[in-house]
Design a protein around this ligand. Structure first.
Ligand code: XMP
Length: 535
């Protein structure tokens, strides 16, 4: 499904993945809706999307390289304002008859820029004649196309920006989208609001209204089912659907017994007391315990847990159908980066084109659902903001990543009830202490994930025992391993340099409060070479 907002659209033509996402984020931060499209989009496709503005991103290629991405020249003839950054400026220049050359030494980092427009450029507006900008390029425009004026330069780069105000075509060699360009934000505002006449109307309220209307329109009087894990994405989908269709939504919470301490109760509490949906709590703890009884191998644990989840889930769908409430739609917490990364969408069109979903297994014979994916336009932190606006509690909105197979992959070796109990209790202490530490860091720095705060933290229970002494008695018990990492995307991570007093408190509390544990070790390995999880 698509929840395309009603406010006006800015498309970011992407010449190199990470650049486009950052620009779209900046535009959205200014309350203007923005989507990323691949650079092979045609003028006709752009015209169908009818954007109010087009931004051409940077990219790693050289415009004259053999396989360099190009742009459909017709895009510049549509009468839609265009702003190009870096590669975006170069491709605009060569497409419209200018030239690009190799500069001697390139230009990287902060560079002093001088305006050459004598105050006439609407893009620069009131910003100073001399300003600092962020450059990162080897090639640069040597000659602007006919009809363009050069509006700024640096020592290295004679055409640091150019424009043809009459056709509303603007471009900069530098990167206004990065924070290191102090006036970059103002330039973007000048383009969106001054030159394109957009309004900052893409706000949380309008987003929720649009999403709710889209869900209602798509679902009509049919029923929707959702696998609720307690994670951010599925919870926000549940809250949105609750607002849109109330009891036409059935939230299925499969309790595999592998969640953290108190989590099942917290999820049930929110979705029975706060939201008026049909909530089904499937107590599958015993079935999972039996299935996992002698399993040691991590991938086998994952397979068993994943396939049992769908068995439990489809059983609920079947029961609903038998009870005269057949389900037509399956709601999923797919978010925008999933879509961009899977390359599923070309022109901001329909999410129905998504085929291979990472958290969707093939339906069994005879089972079919249409997908409904209300978050398919949103980045992760927008999803969190949406959750807060919908009234979800902080412990859900700011929940750390937590693996689907849960604590089973944080218990090395076989999973038993005794080990689960130990791990849940130790993990609760880790979370309590490090939550408190993060709050202190947040108060001091104003950042949730600053250099000193921790991104993900948990306890691991290895399959060994060691000797200790408590009181006058010898003990032979499990150690707990503390894992706490700094990261931004889980692709790489470093172990958190926690203050000694925090480590000391976690250790002494676990040993004192969790029976069966007599030692605490801290994992001081980065990813790579290790992974964040132990299995
Ligand atoms: P690793 O251990 O690969 O973890 O460094 C990277 C991030 O992914 C989370 N993770 C999982 N999430 N299902 C999930 O939904 C899984 O099977 C799974 N394994 C790891 C992990 O917590 C970390 O944030």
């Amino acid at each position: 499904m698509s929840t395309t907002p009603s406010s006006q659209l800015v498309i970011v033509v992407d010449f190199g993945a990470q650049y486009g996402q950052l620009i779209a984020r900046r535009v959205r931060d200014l309350h203007v809706y923005s989507e990323i499209v691949p650079c092979d989009i045609t003028a006709e496709e752009v015209s169908e999307l009818a954007p109010a503005a087009i931004i051409l991103s940077g990219g790693p290629a050289s415009v004259y390289a053999e396989d360099a991405p190009s742009i459909d020249p017709g895009i510049f003839e549509l009468g839609i304002p265009v702003l190009g950054f870096c590669y975006g400026q170069q491709i605009m220049a060569v497409t419209l008859g200018g030239t690009v050359g190799h500069t001697e030494k390139g230009e990287y980092g902060a560079a002093p820029l001088t305006r050459r427009d004598e105050g006439t450029s609407l893009l620069y507006g009131e910003t100073p004649v001399k300003q600092t900008v962020w450059m990162s390029h080897r090639d640069a425009v040597a000659e602007a196309p006919a009809g363009f004026t050069v509006t700024a330069s640096t020592d290295v780069c004679p055409v640091a920006s150019m424009e043809c105000a009459e056709r509303r075509l603007y471009a900069t060699q530098f990167h206004p989208e990065v924070r290191h360009t102090p006036h970059g934000d103002q330039l973007l505002r000048n383009f969106l609001f001054g030159i394109c006449g957009l309004e900052a109307s893409w706000t949380m309220d309008s987003i929720i209204d649009d999403a709710v209307a889209a869900i209602r329109e798509q679902v009509g009087s049919d029923r929707v089912i959702l696998g609720l894990s307690g994670g951010v994405d599925s919870s926000v989908v549940a809250a949105l659907c609750a607002k849109a269709i109330g009891k036409q939504l059935t939230c299925v919470f499969i309790n595999h017994g592998l969640l953290r301490k108190n989590e099942p109760e917290e999820v049930e509490d929110v979705f029975t007391k706060q939201f008026d949906v049909d909530f089904v709590h499937v107590h599958a703890e015993d079935r999972y315990a039996a299935l996992l009884a002698d399993v040691v191998e991590p991938e086998q644990k994952r397979r068993i847990i994943g396939s049992q989840f769908w068995k439990e889930f489809f059983a609920v769908a079947e029961e609903l159908a038998e009870g005269g409430r057949p389900v037509k739609y399956l709601a999923q917490g797919t978010i925008y980066p999933d879509i961009i990364e899977s390359g599923a969408r070309k022109t901001g069109g329909k999410a129905s084109t998504i085929k291979s979903h990472h958290n969707l297994i093939p339906f069994p014979d005879g089972v079919h659902f249409d997908l409904i994916e209300p978050l398919d336009h949103f980045f992760k932190d927008e999803v969190r903001a949406l959750g807060t606006a919908l009234g979800l509690p902080d412990h859900i909105v700011h929940r750390q990543p937590f693996p689907g197979p849960g604590l089973a992959i944080r218990i090395i070796g076989t999973v038993t009830r005794e080990k689960l109990e130990i791990l849940k209790n130790a993990d609760a202490i880790v979370r309590e202490e490090l939550d408190a530490y993060n709050v202190r860091v947040y108060e001091e720095t104003g950042e949730r994930n600053s250099e000193r705060s921790v991104w993900q933290y948990f306890a691991v229970l290895p399959d060994v025992k060691s000797v200790g002494v408590m009181g006058d008695e010898r003990t032979y018990a499990y150690p707990i391993i503390l894992r706490a990492v700094e990261s931004s995307d889980a692709m790489t991570a470093d172990w958190a340099k926690l203050p000694y007093e925090v480590l000391a408190r976690v250790s002494s509390r676990i040993v004192a409060e969790v029976p069966g544990v007599n030692r605490v070790a801290y994992d001081i390995t980065s990813k790579p070479p290790a992974t964040i999880e132990w299995e």
